[in-house]
Design a protein around this ligand. Structure first.
Ligand code: ADP
Ligand code: ADP
Ligand code: ZN
Length: 220
C-alpha cells in the first residue's frame, strides 16, 4: 500500500490513543486527520445550530445520531486536504455508521485501506482519560503521567501556554462512554474482520511502541 495515499480508520475505546496516533500519522503521511469528537466539540464551542443540537448528547456520553455524523463526514471528505488520504478517529462508531460510510465512500470513489484496532483494557483507559489534557490552541494531546509537554506548561507543537480538559472526561461520563463503546462500537470489529482489513495492535504499550507497531502495518 502506498504510504502517502492511504485511508485509515483508528478504532478503539475512549482513551485508547486514537487521537495521539492520528496526530503522529497526520504529520508523517501528510494525510488529513478527521476526528469526529474534535469536529463536534468545535461545533459546540462555536455555538452553531449543529453544536446546540449535539451539546447535551455529548455531555451525557451518548452517541450523536448516525445521520448527523455521516453528513458531517461526507462534507469533510470532499475537501482538498483529504484527496491524498485521511485518518478517521472516532468514526464509525456503530455498524450502521460503518455501512453508511461504505456507501458514501463508494459514491465518492474511495475506499478504506486498513482499520487499526488499538487494544487497551478498561482499567488503563480510566487512568488515561483521567490524566488527559490538550493544548487549547492547536488541540495537541498530552497526559499528566504519560506525555507531558517537553517544556513544562508550553505546547510542543505550537508554543501556546493554555491547556484544557474535556468536559466529558469526568469519571461518571467515562463509564457511560465505555459502555457505549462495548455495546455499540465493538461490533465493528467482526464487521471489518470479515472484510479482511482489520489489524490489531497492542495499545497497552507506550506511545512510541504503538507508533512502531502501526508503522509496521502501513509499511512506514
Ligand atoms: P474519545 O476520543 O474519548 O473516544 P471522542 O472525542 O471521539 O471521544 O468523542 C466524544 C463524544 O463525541 C462522544 O462521546 C460522542 O458523544 C460524540 N461522537 C464522536 N464521534 C461520534 C460518532 N462517530 N458518532 C456518534 N457520536 C460521536
Ligand atoms: P483517544 O483519542 O483514543 O480517546 P487519546 O489519544 O486522547 O485517546 O489518549 C488518551 C490519553 O492517554 C491522552 O492523555 C494521551 O496522552 C495518553 N496516551 C495515549 N496513548 C498512550 C499510550 N500508549 N500510553 C500511555 N498514555 C497514552
Ligand atoms: Zn498547541
Amino acid at each position: 500500500m502506498n504510504p502517502r495515499k492511504v485511508n485509515l480508520i483508528l478504532l478503539g475505546p475512549p482513551g485508547a490513543g486514537k487521537g495521539t496516533q492520528a496526530q503522529y500519522l497526520q504529520s508523517k503521511l501528510g494525510v488529513a486527520k478527521l476526528s469526529t469528537g474534535d469536529m463536534l466539540r468545535a461545533a459546540v464551542a462555536s455555538g452553531s445550530a449543529l453544536g446546540k443540537q449535539v451539546q447535551d448528547i455529548m455531555a451525557k456520553g451518548q452517541l450523536v445520531s448516525d445521520d448527523i455524523m455521516v453528513n458531517l463526514l461526507r462534507e469533510r471528505i470532499r475537501q482538498a486536504d483529504c484527496q491524498n488520504g485521511f485518518i478517521l478517529d472516532g468514526f464509525p462508531r456503530t455498524v450502521a455508521q460503518a455501512e453508511a460510510l461504505d456507501v458514501m465512500l463508494s459514491e465518492e470513489k474511495k475506499h478504506i485501506d486498513c482499520v487499526i484496532e488499538l487494544k487497551v483494557d478498561d482499567k488503563q483507559l480510566v487512568e488515561r482519560i483521567a490524566g488527559r489534557f490538550s493544548c487549547a490552541k492547536c488541540g495537541a494531546g498530552y497526559h499528566d503521567n504519560f506525555k507531558q509537554p517537553k517544556k513544562s506548561g508550553v505546547c510542543d507543537e505550537c508554543g501556546a501556554t493554555e491547556f484544557s480538559r474535556r468536559e466529558d472526561d469526568k469519571a461518571e461520563t467515562v463509564s457511560k462512554r465505555l459502555d457505549a463503546y462495548h455495546r455499540q462500537t465493538a461490533p465493528l470489529l467482526p464487521y471489518y474482520q470479515k472484510k479482511g482489513v482489520l489489524k490489531g495492535v497492542d495499545g497497552m504499550a507506550d506511545i512510541g511502541d504503538v507508533t512502531r507497531q502501526i508503522d509496521g502495518i502501513i509499511g512506514g
